[in-house]
Design a protein around this ligand. Structure first.
Ligand SMILES: *Cc1c(COP(=O)(O)O)cnc(C)c1O
Length: 363
């Protein structure tokens, strides 16, 4: 049996008729940018997360760098961020000329809240929290630290649509939250898309104006902005998927509960979920010191497993100018050699899951 790490056709097929109907409706409407689908989606997604304002943008990276910029963070400022994140989180900071200050992850693969305070300086302006692999970070401690030092919180929710901590949804904790709708995300579009969320009306207006050429009224330009908009067709298709998001999350929870209970190979460390946190299982990430052998073993059985992410941002070629040496973030660097994401996607069958579990246990 051939098993891809991810496959998007299954998630499409689950609601194919609804997606096709919506695409037809938008195509026939004659309105393709900034229309009713975007407006409706922004409202529905804000309600789903539990914040006041949602502003659709072109992708998750735009959401991040625009959020950082609109908070007034730039050259000379520092932003604390976890070291094992996807590089887009870091680029959201550095595009604005600000400096990322990396914090090691804890055993839950999220920012270690006990290691944040030691990284705060006079230049620190914000903590960017990434709810990695779908699991909510320990937000009570992080909010407490941010309040005490008067720092902003930027949540990177690109992998955590619907995850919660102490009953509160990720995206509600910060001054601003950034979402991606890249097709592989839990709430995925059929192309690029993103959103910024905030309950601060003034900030929301600033973001709304900036993403549309700095215009809040047609052909009246208040500031020099950019063009970063969510398209009508993607907003429409996202509305279809959003209506099924809880069902999709339940499906992933069931799949991952089976991975958890049936993977019994002592060489494999299974992912841990923190008390009070939930995961929407963007990825099911195991750890093993025989990682590369396991990849090969699975590949021989036509099972594809992928590493999220093989090179931590501070060691990537793009960030050599930060001058952060190898060995300076030992947990992040060790994890990068041991992590592996097992196949996981909406619509994965019991048979496919069994096949992967069997192979992992035989390894
Ligand atoms: C995917 C992702 C992004 C970027 O989203 P794009 O829409 O691909 O630009 C940012 N942060 C994290 C953690 C992500 O996983």
């Amino acid at each position: 049996m051939k098993i891809q790490c991810n496959r998007l056709d299954r998630g499409f097929e689950m609601f194919q008729a609804e997606f096709e109907q919506k695409a037809r409706d938008v195509l026939r409407s004659g309105w393709y940018i900034m229309g009713s689908e975007v407006k409706e989606f922004e409202q529905e997604f804000a309600d789903y997360i539990g914040v006041e304002h949602c502003i659709g943008v072109a992708n998750g990276l735009d959401a991040l760098w625009i959020a950082v910029r609109m908070l007034g963070i730039g050259a000379g400022d520092e932003v604390i961020v976890q070291a094992n994140t996807y590089i887009a989180s870091v680029m959201g900071i550095t595009i604005n000329g600000a400096t990322p200050v990396f914090v090691e992850p804890d055993i839950y693969n999220n920012i270690d809240p006990t290691k944040i305070e030691e990284k705060i300086t006079k230049k620190t302006k914000a903590i960017m929290v990434v709810h990695l692999y779908g699991q909510a970070s320990k937000m009570d401690t992080i909010v407490e630290i941010a309040n005490r030092y008067k720092l902003k919180i930027i949540e990177d929710c690109a992998q955590s649509h619907g995850a919660s901590f102490n009953g509160k949804t990720t995206g509600c904790f910060g001054d601003v939250a950034c979402f991606s709708f890249y097709p592989t995300k839990n709430l995925g579009a059929f192309g690029d898309g993103g959103a910024i969320m905030t309950s601060n009306a003034e900030l929301a207006n600033k973001i709304r104006t900036f993403r549309n050429y700095g215009s809040d009224k047609k052909y009246h330009f208040k500031v020099v902005g950019i063009n970063s908009r969510l398209d009508e067709i993607h907003a429409g298709l996202l509305r279809v998927r959003l209506a099924h998001l809880d069902e999709l999350i339940r499906g992933r929870v069931i799949l991952c509960a089976k991975y958890d209970s049936r993977i019994v190979n002592p060489r494999i460390e299974k992912p841990l979920i923190r008390d009070g946190a939930t995961s929407v299982w963007h990825q099911y990430v195991i750890k093993t010191d025989k990682r590369d052998e396991l990849i090969e073993y699975l590949a021989e059985r036509e099972i594809q497993a992928i590493i999220h992410y093989p090179i931590p941002p501070h060691l990537s070629e793009a960030y050599q100018d930060l001058g952060i040496e190898q060995g300076s973030l030992p947990i992040t660097e060790k994890d990068a050699l041991q992590i592996l994401s097992l196949p996981l996607y909406d619509g994965m069958t019991e048979e496919e899951l069994d096949y992967v579990i069997g192979a992992v246990n035989h390894f």
